[in-house]
Design a protein around this ligand. Structure first.
Ligand code: WTA
Length: 655
């Protein structure tokens, strides 16, 4: 009996977390949203709410109709015309040209700053260059860069001329790049000689060359100079970015795009399967990300220095480094490199140097900082921070508390934001001036969003029961299809419970107050002695122990219990892991959530396998725990740890 084939009716939610933190009065006083009216408005009249928000964007032509929901197909702002780059740049140049759009810091310590005027100028020149290369409205352009200013410039240049960008994360290898270029049939690839990561050069051009060998659709490769490597340039195909833009003026009239015209494709593989090209369109997407960015991060564009520390290669960077913040005229920090280079306090030195007021990052980063210890943030003055955010995985309550205390000084609300590449924008989240926070809970739906939790038969589960998280009502930034695979779009997301119900693939529970707790992917649910347990709760119980920084829990078949729990645990720096500690950890889980959830085996390891976006890959640990050959490892970021863990698991600590 395995968790995957077993029909998951509901999930037994066992972890109880009762801490509540109210929005600090000082924060609340200056917040954009101070009461619940915005929720009531959106509930009463969803289309009216979004139409009012849409007034904040610049439209070349007004829409005829706000939303057409023909499940599972949706359109927003029908008939409306606008341009995303125009909205992100031109209107700010008109009112505050000298405001900084990006403070950029390279990993070696070099810096650049681009005001809105300068960014507009760069984008216009590169957009003209792309036009000169024959790129037209609707054409696909692949972008494979590190975190350099040319990355947002290239995205916005595409948007300006109506080309569809497909950004491929700069940490992916040649094969992944090739598959993505191929699927999108991109004609131009924008890359760099290299990028900096932990003091070493990532050879982007070499990977690009290898990928393009097998991509007949690519006519031109544009190469940004970053690391100064000598790289081979193929005549007739490869062009230096500098040479290309030198001759161009910045005057580039934006294409008038239909609200439903594609803006970009972004591939997501999740933790399994063939990459899917998630297709986002222009009007609804830009509106959804700008509204959520403004209200959730409480953006005061004249004052805030906002830092989303994700990579632009992921959706978090698309929505909350590029389109949302720029649409709102925000000043952002952009950092090129690793958080522990040259030392483990790099982020805190950047936050202090630029006086960051808002920081948005992932639980995986927070757990790494927890593991390294509070002395690194303590070296720096972080008093400019006023708001913190997290995204990407369920955050364990202890990691939340650590973030709140060690980084936020118990002064900054923490917004735990739930969303997906597919949803385009944040959907479940606190609004920091009004929502009472609970460590580990993403709290409530964003205004107008209607999530629900269902059992296998499509019935709503009772409070505190876990089940399938679904969405019942459309929202403007949702993806419109999987590029080239509309049948897969319908099959994968809208077939289980019917055409009008979007299946997220996540498990969740709602507590007595209606607050949402995300329980991880449904595929990871375990079945122990007839109880369906989420990995997240057992992991959180382990992370609750003061010695533990991070944990990943999986199951393996067991003759008595159906499945037995195997926990992989990473300890905080300086903690000694011995048999006594392992026994203590098992008891700690029993005490926190019950004997039932006590791990059968605990493996201590220095690190856990993660995807390149930092999510724990339980699938591989399941293979290790079951002594099987490893499944697909192409999206794995740190391959070496799996072999180490496999060796450790052979000597694992059994009951
Ligand atoms: C997980 C990232 C719990 C979830 C924006 C989702 C979260 C997947 C949270 C999407 C959160 C994201 N709490 N889980 N706050 N945010 N997830 O496509 O499993 O990279 O389905 O988009 O990350 O990951 P993706």
């Amino acid at each position: 009996m395995s968790a995957v084939s077993e029909k998951v009716l509901t999930i037994d939610a066992l972890l109880e977390e009762h801490r509540v933190i109210h929005p600090p009065a000082a924060f609340r006083a200056g917040a954009l949203v101070k009461d619940d009216r915005v929720y009531e408005e959106a509930d009463r009249d969803l289309e009216g709410f979004w139409a009012r928000e849409a007034e904040r964007l610049d439209w070349f032509r007004r829409w005829r109709r706000v939303c057409k929901w023909d499940p599972p197909w949706v359109k927003w702002f029908l008939g409306g015309r606008l341009n995303a780059a125009h909205n992100c740049l031109d209107r700010h140049v008109a009112t505050h040209p000298d405001r900084v759009a990006y403070f950029w810091e390279g990993e070696p310590g070099d810096t650049r700053r681009l005001t809105y005027r300068e960014l507009h100028h760069e984008v216009g020149r590169f957009a003209n260059a792309l036009r000169r290369l024959g790129v037209r409205r609707g054409d696909r352009v692949a972008i494979y860069l590190g975190m350099v200013p040319e990355l947002p410039v290239a995205m916005l240049a595409c948007a300006r001329i109506g080309a569809v960008h497909s950004v491929v994360f700069g940490g992916f290898a040649a094969d992944a790049l090739r598959d993505r270029i191929d699927d999108a049939d991109a004609e131009v690839l924008i890359t760099a000689d290299g990028s900096w990561r932990r003091g070493k050069v990532v050879p982007l051009k070499a990977s690009a060359d290898e990928a393009v060998k097998a991509c007949p659709s690519i006519r031109t490769v544009v190469v940004v100079r970053r690391t100064g490597e000598k790289v081979p340039m193929t005549p007739g195909r490869d062009l230096w970015y500098d040479d290309l833009v030198k001759a161009e003026t910045s005057d580039c009239p934006p294409e008038e795009m239909d609200a439903e015209d594609p803006l970009y494709i972004l591939y997501t593989s999740g933790t399994t399967g063939k990459p899917k090209g998630i297709l986002h369109t222009t009007g609804g997407y830009l509106l959804g990300v700008s509204t959520t960015h403004r209200l959730i991060f409480d953006i005061h564009p004249e004052q805030d220095i906002y830092w989303c520390a994700a990579d632009i290669g992921w959706v978090t960077g698309h929505s909350y480094i590029v389109y949302g913040p720029l649409a709102n005229g925000t000043t952002s920090i952009l950092y090129e490199g690793a958080p522990d280079y040259p030392d483990k306090d790099r982020w805190w030195s950047i936050a202090e140097k630029y006086q960051a007021t808002i920081l948005y990052t992932a639980p995986t980063a927070i757990r790494a900082f927890m593991k390294w210890g509070p002395e690194y943030p303590a070296r720096h003055d972080l008093s400019s921070l006023r708001l913190l955010g997290t995204v990407g995985e369920p955050i364990n309550p202890e990691a939340w508390m650590w973030y709140w205390k060690a980084i936020g000084g118990e002064r900054c609300p923490v917004v735990d934001t739930w969303w997906q590449t597919e949803t385009g924008m944040i959907l479940i989240t606190p609004l920091p001036g009004v929502t009472r926070l609970k460590p580990g809970s993403a709290t409530r739906p964003f205004p107008g969003v209607q999530p629900d939790i269902l059992d296998e038969n499509g019935n709503q589960v009772a409070p505190n029961q876990g089940g399938y998280l679904v969405l019942r009502r459309p929202w403007p930034a949702q993806f419109r299809t999987i590029y080239g695979s509309p049948e897969r779009y319908v099959e994968q997301y809208f077939s289980k419970f019917g055409k009008g119900i979007y299946l997220t693939g996540d498990g969740a529970k709602r507590d007595d107050h209606g607050d949402f707790w995300l329980l991880g992917r449904i595929d990871d649910v375990m079945n122990v002695a007839g109880h369906r347990l989420s990995t997240y709760e057992v992991e959180s119980a382990l992370v609750d122990h003061p010695a533990v920084a991070e944990s990943a829990v999986v199951s393996r078949p067991d003759p008595d219990a159906g499945e037995a729990i195997v926990a992989f645990v990473t300890l905080k720096a300086g903690v000694n892991g011995d048999e006594t500690l392992i026994a203590e950890l098992r008891e700690h889980v029993a005490k926190k959530i019950g004997k039932l959830a006590r791990p059968h085996a605990i493996v201590l390891s220095a690190d856990l396998p993660k995807t390149r976006s930092g999510k724990i890959m339980r699938r591989l640990l399941r293979d290790v725990a079951r002594g099987r050959a490893l499944g697909d490892v192409t999206t794995l970021a740190n391959a070496e740890v799996v072999e180490e863990i496999r060796a450790l698991a052979r000597t694992r600590h059994e009951e």
